[in-house]
Design a protein around this ligand. Structure first.
Ligand code: NAD
Length: 396
């Protein structure tokens, strides 16, 4: 069938298999061109099909020649509906990994459930024996608690007072004011339950109790801090509370794993276009301004460049992993550079519908958004017939 993008708000409901495959191959090629990493041998990535999780898996497999298990929640094609982008990305990843020296396996299902944890553990035991790196990169709007069955929804809201700031409709270029009312206490509780550290802790406990966590294992989860502009709605809002919980979990896990020579970290990554970040008000406009400044300064990175730097220079670089005074790995260092932020702030003051394409890289943002779903990718003929039914090799 001919597959074209169909958008609903910040979601694209179709994905292109060949475009997604091409995007994954581009990331693999980037990693193969970099010096090899002396890193982990057997890696579990939870949330492995898009964004930072996918890039982590690619760096592990093609940068460190590690065996990988990817867990993710994606849908295959059905009738006239295409599969999700993560499905096509993973199919392409698995196909490329089959041709490499590293083994790889995929598990599709709800990572929050006991069932998927048990299935993953059985697979690790049978195929790899144990894992020595666990990347936790789940971003989800909801979670069903595995013990109580309670359904939690995460929200992106400020705390205490109403938040107002500029936002953009990245399809039309219209800059308007976002007005977001503060969260209730229950919304904070639910957001922490979805995006905080509880599930990460449950994964590590389950792997450890099952005896499939290698001695000296490392685990890492991802966080964001960002600039003053987004603090009220992000870092000091509901999601920030969840990230505080994630960071506190890292400190606990570091002690727990430390008993066997292991380590736990939170890495603070750069703001990038992903399916999750496009859902946050204000952030797409901030990212557009940031891209403009960082591209002009030659500092721009995507998920794959960020994750290569995380693995090669931080997690598996020479000597101890460098962290800030809160114990966090900072690969958002270039984003947060004073000169970068000063220029973004200057642009922010002037940004309006009339000048948004000139003062920011909104066009780059929009294009990357469509590329997340395999569209607007060079070398793909979007008028040609494409087969939406793509199988994932090694799906368990
Ligand atoms: P993403 O939406 O691209 O990826 C989320 C992944 O989680 C996908 O593989 C998806 O399949 C998986 N997932 C969602 N629900 C699941 C479930 N129930 N079971 C199994 N898998 C599930 O998101 P992302 O932007 O790469 O975010 C990953 C992490 O990085 C998050 O913690 C996010 O806060 C953090 N982060 C993102 C940014 C950014 O700008 N995008 C910046 C810094 C940190």
């Amino acid at each position: 069938m001919i597959i074209q993008p169909k958008t609903r708000g910040f979601i694209c409901t179709t994905a292109h298999p060949d475009g997604c495959a091409s995007q994954v191959q581009r990331q693999i090629n980037y990693v193969k061109e970099q010096p090899a990493i002396q890193g982990p041998r057997n890696v579990l990535v939870v949330g492995a099909s898009t964004g930072y999780g996918l890039a982590s898996r690619i760096v592990a497999a093609f940068g460190a020649s590690a065996n990988t298990v990817g867990v993710y929640f994606d849908k295959e094609a059905e009738g006239s509906r295409t599969a999700s982008a993560g499905w096509y990305n993973s199919a392409a990843f698995e196909a490329a990994a089959q041709d490499s020296e590293s083994k790889s396996y995929s598990i599709v299902g709800d990572a929050f459930s006991d069932e998927i944890k048990a299935k993953t553990i059985d697979l690790i035991r049978a195929e790899l024996g144990s894992v020595d790196l666990i990347v936790y990169s789940v971003a989800s709007p909801r979670r069903v608690h595995p013990k109580t069955g309670e359904v939690f929804s995460s929200v992106i809201k400020p705390l205490g007072g109403t938040y107002r700031n500029k936002t953009v409709n990245f399809h039309s270029g219209e800059v308007t004011e976002a007005v977001i009312e503060p969260a209730t206490e229950d919304e904070v509780r639910q957001t922490i339950a979805v995006m905080g550290g509880e599930d990460w802790q449950l994964w590590i406990d389950a792997l450890s109790e099952a005896g499939v966590l290698a001695d000296g294992a490392t685990t890492v989860a991802y966080s964001y801090i960002g600039p003053e502009i987004t603090h009220a709605v992000y870092r000091e809002g509901t999601i920030g509370k969840a990230k505080n919980d994630l960071e506190a979990t890292a400190l606990r896990l570091n002690e727990q794993l430390g008993a066997n020579g292991g380590r736990a970290f939170v890495s603070v990554n750069k703001a990038l276009v992903t399916q999750s970040s496009s859902a946050i008000p204000v952030v797409p406009l901030y990212i557009s301004a940031l891209y403009k400044v960082m591209k002009e300064k030659g500092l721009h990175e995507g998920c794959i460049e960020q994750m290569y730097r995380l693995f090669s220079e931080r997690l598996y670089g020479e000597g101890a992993t460098p962290v800030d005074n809160k114990g966090l790995i900072r690969v958002d260092d270039w984003e947060m550079r004073e000169d970068v932020q000063a220029e973004v702030e200057k642009l922010w003051t002037d940004l309006a519908t009339e000048n948004v394409y000139e003062l920011s890289d909104l066009e780059g943002y929009r294009r990357e958004f469509f590329q997340l779903f395999g569209f607007e990718t060079d070398g793909i003929d979007y008028e040609a017939d494409a087969n939406p039914d793509v199988a994932i090799p090694n799906l368990r």
